[in-house]
Design a protein around this ligand. Structure first.
Ligand code: ZN
Length: 281
């Protein structure tokens, strides 16, 4: 190809002359999405927050996303929020390196003394901390800590909504990890299939858990009011191919007198997705 970009020296831009106009699309896309420069950007959005463990009293630091620093790009149909250059979900967990007590951030200090005894007895006794000196947390490590949080939740016999919430977060992390996969890798398709199967398992658990929770717990639940929970359950039911339930729940939101307008707007979008999915399946 002739050098289409020649003549730029006068602008001081001579070194662009060998640049391809249509460079590797994948690379360009990665750069525009912010994934290629993620390493530095992600670190800059973090700080070490100090916690005191309510189970063993140890003081430790945990990586936390600076509030208001990450830019929201949008949300998935099931309310998973996506941000530029970072996935804050990976950091929404606190794990004591001494005793293994681990929860989603919002629940860390909400533990009763009988629950703390259960953690000491069933988790701390065998717990071996895995050392992480990285400046950021990988999806793999985040999924592991969330699974540890799920084990903690089971051991301390917490509310079903808390367990459902952790399952939902694990599903979202698996999705985030899948979006990060290298599309040019030989085993890309296999990895995607495996990841989708694993995500669906956690979605099913979240759906089952939240369905049970709404029957016996009070709102707000995991920070969500009743309309938001109806919406979320509709989205999860749709992913589990429970279309009748999904349609019923989404109609509740659309016709609700208390649901906010932006939630109703999302519910109308979800209704279209449910109708389409039902037709396709
Ligand atoms: Zn501890």
């Amino acid at each position: 190809m002739a050098n289409l970009l020649s003549g730029l020296e006068k602008f001081g831009l001579g070194n662009f002359e060998d640049e391809k106009i249509f460079e590797d699309e994948k690379k360009a896309e990665a750069i525009s999405k912010g994934t290629a420069v993620k390493e530095t950007a992600e670190e800059d959005l973090l700080f070490d927050k100090t916690y005191q463990c309510p189970v063993c009293d140890k003081e430790f630091k945990s990586k936390t996303v600076r509030t208001g620093k990450a830019k929201l790009l949008g949300t998935d149909i099931d309310l998973r929020a996506k941000y530029q250059g970072i996935d804050p979900l990976k950091y929404d967990i606190v794990s004591c390196p001494k005793c293994g007590y681990t929860t989603v951030t919002r629940y860390f200090n909400l533990i009763t003394s009988p629950q703390a005894s259960l953690i000491r007895e069933k988790i701390s006794r065998n717990y071996k901390a895995s050392v992480n000196n990285e400046s950021t947390i990988s999806y793999e490590a985040a999924i592991e800590s969330h699974k540890l949080a799920l084990v903690n939740a089971i051991v301390k016999k917490c509310r079903v909504s808390e367990k459902a919430y952790i399952c939902l977060k694990i599903a979202w992390l698996i999705r985030g990890q899948r979006e990060d996969l290298d599309e040019t890798a030989n085993d890309y398709k296999d990895l995607v299939t495996k990841s989708e199967t694993e995500e669906l398992e956690f979605i099913k658990n979240a759906y089952e858990g939240f369905s049970a929770a709404v029957a016996k717990e009070e709102f707000p639940m995991c920070g969500m009011d009743e309309s938001t929970m109806d919406y979320l359950l509709a989205a999860l039911a749709c992913q589990c191919k429970q279309y009748d339930m999904a349609s019923r729940l989404v109609s509740n939101v659309i016709t609700s007198r208390v649901a906010k307008n932006n939630l109703k707007e999302k519910a109308r979008e979800l209704k279209t997705v449910i109708l389409q999915e039902r037709k396709d399946n």
